[in-house]
Unconditional design. Structure first.
Length: 578
């Protein structure tokens, strides 16, 4: 039996040399009789190996054996299986593989600290070999830098939601070039260790949502105050951020957050936090006064639950919103105001203005659709108001605002979304759309999926909103012909725009744009100069074709993300647009 192949010139090095690894797999599949024998020599480039397996080789019954050979040099190569004189059966070969050996140009990374971390926390990750090299096979959950001289360095490590328990291990301190460390959403306990303050390159540290206790080391607080470190420690109920001299045991603590940007002094952050508590306290007092003075509007059941599709009077809306005092949003339909129901629940009151671009038909269509859709990832309609002069919809209030603002507005600067949070938002949004497309009868198409219409709760649960343009379509034909395409430029499916043939694919296209915004933080039109812009999909596709995903990732994430996860989401986003 003879096999031959030619080396690929493109795989040769600068000196015209090439190296291959050859794997030959054998397993006897027949019961060879006692008077029979399958035996052969294995010749690679007409030579036997020196390991004793190549001469007089006999495969074992139903047992796989692999023979490995190294083949060097350009040109033609061959494998011959030659039966020995004693053999009664011919040679067999079950499978073979040929690998081209590529030299590593990167120097090895010191992996001792990472291996200690893996063993200490019993991490179930496929971490093998060098953490950073080869570059294309860097470990999941970390980013590396590759200096022109010297070994690669780990600069970002994300172990969020990895099931970590026990104390923060000192091996993290051995990662001398680490700039970002995310240990959030685990069960780490004990004090915040002092060695973290000695990590000179560390600029971002997330310890939120653990069970840490004690006080934040003074050296860490000093780094926060001088702007060299962003620290997150919220949701650690027994952790004090005021230093050891003022730290006292706490019986209860809620929503404690220490997020200090490099340009915002800690005193200003504290003032804003206290001011927010005062404003909230005043709102509650105002609500108590409103409830006491207006009991005639309270139905017997209102104190226990909120009616679905409740009809409000305009006077009730004025009372709920303190005469439309606090505007929390604005669009072509009019303004959205913050209000409170009789039981203290916050609501969003969407008032249609007299100059609204949204007609009566669209406004009432939104109420009609919402009255029959109920899903955890769709904003719930609580009630409505309709008389000769006023029309309004009353929604559940989403404290986290809209996704567009969280990605690019004021909220993005204060609390940038992590990659884990962005994935959660993407999943929630997809589940909401899937419900509209697959579970509603007839199915519904949103027609205006965009980041501004994805609202977030306080814990970043995403819900799709703004159903004024939503259409029902035939489940038999899965399309709907519209006289005029509707939606938002940048999110609008070109096929729908050109043909007016509406289908759920129109929403999928828009959702793909949302995914790209979650990855890049960019709007649908990405500025490339003072006068020109390019669609985010074209921009990302161009960069991915060059193998350069790092240049499109939102810098607000601080370099902390799983690059494999990010690649998969980017590829999925581009498929949504096909």
């Amino acid at each position: 039996m003879d096999i031959s192949w030619s080396s690929d010139p493109s795989l040769e090095d600068a000196h015209g040399n090439s190296t291959y690894l050859l794997f030959l797999y054998f397993a006897e599949l027949l019961r060879v009789p006692s008077n029979g024998l399958r035996q052969f020599d294995i010749l690679v480039d007409n030579a036997t190996g020196n390991d004793g397996t190549s001469q007089g080789f006999t495969p074992k019954y139903l047992s796989t054996e692999a023979v490995k050979r190294t083949v060097q040099g350009p040109g033609q190569h061959s494998v011959s299986l030659v039966a020995t004189p004693a053999a009664t059966l011919p040679p067999i070969l079950n499978a073979f593989e040929i690998y081209s050996v590529k030299p590593m140009i990167e120097m090895a990374t010191n992996a001792k600290a990472m291996m200690t971390i893996r063993e200490r926390y019993a991490l179930k990750k496929n971490w093998k070999g060098d953490p950073c090299a080869p570059k294309a096979f860097a470990w999941d959950g970390l980013n590396c830098s590759y200096p022109s001289s010297g070994p690669a360095q780990i600069i970002a490590l994300n172990l969020s939601s990895s099931g970590l328990t026990g104390t923060v291990n000192s091996s993290f301190g051995d990662l001398k070039s680490l700039q970002q460390l995310d240990l959030s959403n685990n069960s780490l306990s004990g004090p915040v260790p002092d060695f973290l303050a000695q990590m000179s390159s560390l600029s971002f540290l997330d310890l939120s949502s653990n069970i840490l206790s004690g006080s934040v080391p003074a050296a860490l607080l000093q780094k926060i105050q001088n702007g060299s470190l962003v620290l997150r420690i919220d949701n650690n109920v027994n952790l004090c951020d005021n230093g050891p001299s003022t730290c006292e045991p706490k019986k209860k603590k809620r929503n404690k957050t220490l997020i200090v940007a490099t340009v915002v002094p800690i005193a200003v952050a504290t003032v804003l936090f206290v001011a927010g508590l005062l404003i909230l306290h005043r709102m509650r007092n105002r609500q108590d006064t409103w409830m006491a003075n207006n009991s005639r509007f309270i139905s017997p059941q209102a104190s226990s639950h909120i009616f679905e599709n409740r009809k409000f009077t305009y006077k009730e809306l004025k009372l709920m919103t303190a005469n439309f005092k606090e505007e929390i949003g604005r669009g072509g339909f009019g303004s959205v105001f913050l209000g409170y129901l009789e039981n203290g629940s916050p609501v969003a009151v969407k008032m249609r203005s007299k100059t609204s671009s949204q007609g009566d038909k669209e406004f009432l269509a939104e109420a009609q659709h919402l009255s029959r859709v109920h899903h955890k990832n769709l904003v719930s309609l609580i009630g409505y108001c309709k008389n000769k002069k006023h029309m309004a919809l009353v929604y559940e209030y989403m404290q986290g605002g809209n996704l567009e603002d969280c990605l690019r507005g004021e909220a993005s600067a204060a609390t940038p979304l992590t990659w884990h949070q962005r994935l959660k938002i993407a999943l929630n949004s997809a589940q909401g759309l899937e419900y509209l497309h697959k579970s509603c009868q007839p199915p519904l198409i949103h027609r205006d999926v965009k980041t501004k219409n994805i609202l977030l709760s306080a814990d970043l649960e995403a819900k799709i909103a703004d159903f004024g343009l939503m259409k029902a379509f035939s489940d038999e034909f899965r399309t709907h012909v519209t006289t005029q395409p509707a939606g938002t430029l940048g999110y609008l499916d070109p096929e729908y725009y050109n043909t007016s043939q509406l289908s759920e694919k129109s929403d999928v296209y828009s959702f793909g744009v949302v995914l790209l915004e979650l990855i890049t933080g960019q709007p649908p039109a990405v500025p490339v100069s003072d006068t020109e812009s390019i669609h985010v999909a074209l921009w990302v596709r161009q960069k991915l074709s060059e193998g350069d995903i790092a240049s499109v990732v939102d810098p607000r994430m601080g370099g902390i993300y799983d690059v494999n996860s990010l690649w998969k989401v980017a590829e999925l986003a581009l498929k949504c647009k096909e």
